[in-house]
Design a protein around this ligand. Structure first.
Ligand SMILES: Nc1nc2c(ncn2[C@@H]2O[C@H](COP(=O)(O)OP(=O)(O)OP(=O)(O)O)[C@@H](O)[C@H]2O)c(=O)[nH]1
Ligand SMILES: [Mg+2]
Length: 640
């Protein structure tokens, strides 16, 4: 389906609503107040279709100067404008302001209707057509020859309809690779169905059942139903006008100016960096000036920070930052319109380049260069520039997604064609930086025989981000270029490592043998474990189950037993434990010929392994079998 959403714009009373009615048969001035006063106040929505699948949505804007904010809310997201100029009045202030706004919103195409042409002669209408063509051209908008219309004679309506369909037919389909963004322009309730919001969708498709995030509140809502042109649908694509029936929220919590987005897709910020252009004849805009900003359908107080000059003159352009009164979350590439606080007049506007940022230095060559990239580059070129700019520290995939307004799957697809590495923690860095880092790490480790932690390595390497370093370490470890032990990274020295492993294995055998011969009266652990190698050997024996650790918790003492000694104790105690009233600790000691020093930790171990069970001061037989199955022996193992 080819479609276009057109904003019907122009000065008050120039015949916009009348034309929409003539084209579509739909009444867009529906409020009693609109009918009484004969002017439009709210946005009006109408729609026409040419068989089989060519559609035009018309958003009828109010022309009165008091409702320019409403006009901007309606114009956000449209594809083109239908400019209506009354033949008898010609170009008036809101004719110019609406065209300025369209240009600032990035629109490039227009259809022009010269209405009420029954009221003037052909000459006058032709002169007006010329003047309108100039007005549009100076703002970079393209339009075909104006269509002269007259309602009393019902002339020009068919020609206008054809011109609108011709424009829609040329409309390129919008991509669906972006971030879901729907500024809410109307809210109403439908009895029995709950709240409904409407808007022009951008970024990516939405489906019934999807969860969305409501901005700025940040709460989660769910799509109960979707309607396009009053028909229920399952999916809506970017560029379509849509009504969403929402769950999980009350009507009173919704209003125009809010926006819907994909969950967690956007982050809010108090600073925005934008490309800015002042309209023709705008008053001088100065650094630090307070302005009103219209973003999507929202309106906010902002302070202007000009990044390369102190004053912006009419018709000129520069880069700027806006400090917003409350944090806003929006995708890169959204447009912003700036108006004076008073008189409320549109003076400038532009495109959001960095939706999440902080206060930036003024007159910084590097920053201005980067902003020029953000303004002029698109797609893969922009992506490459951003990854390169991030340098060895890399950049998070999510940040790239925001700056380039690209959904993650498409982003990853595009990145695959670039010389970049994506880390497991979703950071992106140029391959040259990753390679360099991987060659640096072994070099640094070669100076630290004791090994280095990741933090110390990061300090030694200076410029690298933690995520990129972690990836490099993982890759080097996987390739066995470096080794990791006890949280430290080492350069492996195979012959030394092997020698140490053999030595530790021998030490382990000696300790095990000492314990085996000591039976149920082992020496204290401190006599056995005198250094780090002995500790490692004991740990390995414990892991292999060759020795067991038994604690006397009451005394805070612990002993190591060889498992043969434990087995021996089990088989000697088993018949005695058959007695109905069990054994006292002293009876256990007597039976085994050991003092409390040994029997207490031994019994705690036997309790813990369920060989015995404690009832008050006695032990009875537990559930474990007399001789447990033994794990295989690993005494001569290499270090893990
Ligand atoms: N003579 C003549 N009058 C017209 C024609 N088209 C509209 N009008 C009259 O112009 C007046 C304003 O028309 P609207 O369509 O309400 O104007 P609008 O541009 O929608 O006005 P706002 O929405 O308030 O900006 C009405 O009284 C119409 O009857 C026309 O072709 N010829
Ligand atoms: Mg109207």
């Amino acid at each position: 389906v080819t479609r276009a959403v057109l904003g019907v714009v122009g000065h008050v009373d120039h015949g916009k609503t009348t034309l929409v009615r003539a084209l579509t048969g739909q009444e867009t001035d529906r409020l009693p107040e609109e009918q009484r006063r004969g002017i439009s106040i709210a946005l009006g929505f109408a729609h026409m279709r040419a068989e089989p699948d060519l559609e035009v949505d018309l958003i009828d804007m109010p022309g009165h100067e008091r409702f320019v904010r409403t006009m901007i809310a309606g114009a956000t997201g449209v594809d083109a404008i239908l400019l209506v100029v009354a033949a008898n009045e010609g170009i008036k202030p809101q004719t110019i302001e609406h065209v300025d706004i369209a240009a600032l919103l990035g629109l490039r195409r227009a259809v022009v209707a010269i209405s009420k042409s029954d009221l003037v002669g052909t000459d006058q209408a032709e002169r007006l057509a010329l003047a309108i063509a100039q007005l549009l051209e100076r703002r970079g908008l393209k339009a075909a020859v104006p269509v002269r219309t007259s309602l009393p004679h019902r002339s020009g309506i068919e020609a206008l309809r054809q011109a609108l369909f011709a424009l829609a037919a040329e409309q390129r389909g919008r991509t669906s690779d972006g971030i879901v963004y729907l500024p809410v322009d109307r809210v109403f309730g439908v009895a029995g169905r709950g709240p409904v919001v409407t808007g022009t969708l951008r970024g990516a498709a939405i489906r019934t059942g999807d969860y969305l995030e409501l901005l700025p509140a940040g709460r989660s809502v769910r799509i109960k139903g979707l309607e396009v042109h009053g028909m229920s649908v399952d999916t809506v694509s970017p560029g379509q006008r849509v009504a969403l029936n929402l769950r999980d929220i009350e009507l009173g919590q919704l209003h125009r100016g809010m926006a819907l987005t994909a969950p967690d897709a956007l982050e809010s910020s108090e600073w925005l960096t934008i490309s800015l252009r002042a309209v023709e004849h705008a008053p001088r805009l100065t650094n630090g000036m307070r302005l009103r900003a219209l973003l999507g359908t929202a309106e906010l107080d902002v302070r202007l920070r000009l990044l390369d000059r102190d004053v912006l003159e009419g018709s000129s352009a520069c880069f700027a930052q806006l400090r917003v009164a409350e944090p806003v979350a929006l995708p890169a590439g959204e447009h912003v319109i700036l108006r004076l606080v008073s008189p409320p007049q549109t003076v400038a506007g532009g495109k959001v380049l960095e939706p999440v940022t902080r206060r930036q230095p003024r007159r910084s060559g590097a920053l201005l260069q980067r902003l020029e990239d953000l303004r002029s580059l698109t797609g893969s070129a922009l992506l490459a520039a951003e990854v390169e700019r991030a340098g060895p520290a890399g950049v998070a995939l999510r940040t790239l997604s925001r700056v380039c307004a690209l959904c993650l799957p498409r982003l990853v697809e595009w990145l695959q064609a670039l010389p970049v590495e994506i880390t497991r923690s979703a950071w992106v860095v140029l391959t040259v930086h990753m390679d360099h880092l991987q060659s640096q790490i072994p070099r640094i480790l070669s100076h630290h025989a004791q090994g280095l932690s990741a933090e110390k390595l990061q300090l030694a390497l200076l410029a690298n981000g933690a995520a990129v370093l972690e990836e490099a370490l993982e890759r080097l470890t996987a390739r066995e270029v470096i080794a990791k032990r006890g949280g430290l990274y080492w350069l492996p020295r195979p012959s030394e490592d092997r020698a140490r492993a053999t030595q530790e294995a021998q030490l382990g055998s000696r300790i095990a043998e000492t314990l085996r011969q000591a039976g149920l009266m082992p020496p204290s652990p401190s006599e056995l474990v005198k250094d780090l190698s002995a500790r490692r050997a004991v740990d390995r024996l414990l892991r292999a189950g060759i020795i067991v650790r038994a604690a006397d918790r009451a005394k805070g003492r612990e002993l190591l037993f060889h498992r043969d000694a434990i087995d021996e104790a089990r088989s000697r105690l088993a018949p005695l434990l058959e007695r109905p009233d069990g054994l006292l600790v002293t009876e256990v000691g007597a039976a085994l010929g050991i003092s409390r020093k040994y029997s207490m930790p031994l019994l705690e171990h036997l309790d813990a392994t369920r060989f015995t069970r404690r009832i008050n001061d006695r032990r009875v037989r537990g559930t474990a079998p007399v001789s447990p199955s033994r794990p295989p022996v690993h005494i001569g193992d290499q270090p893990p």
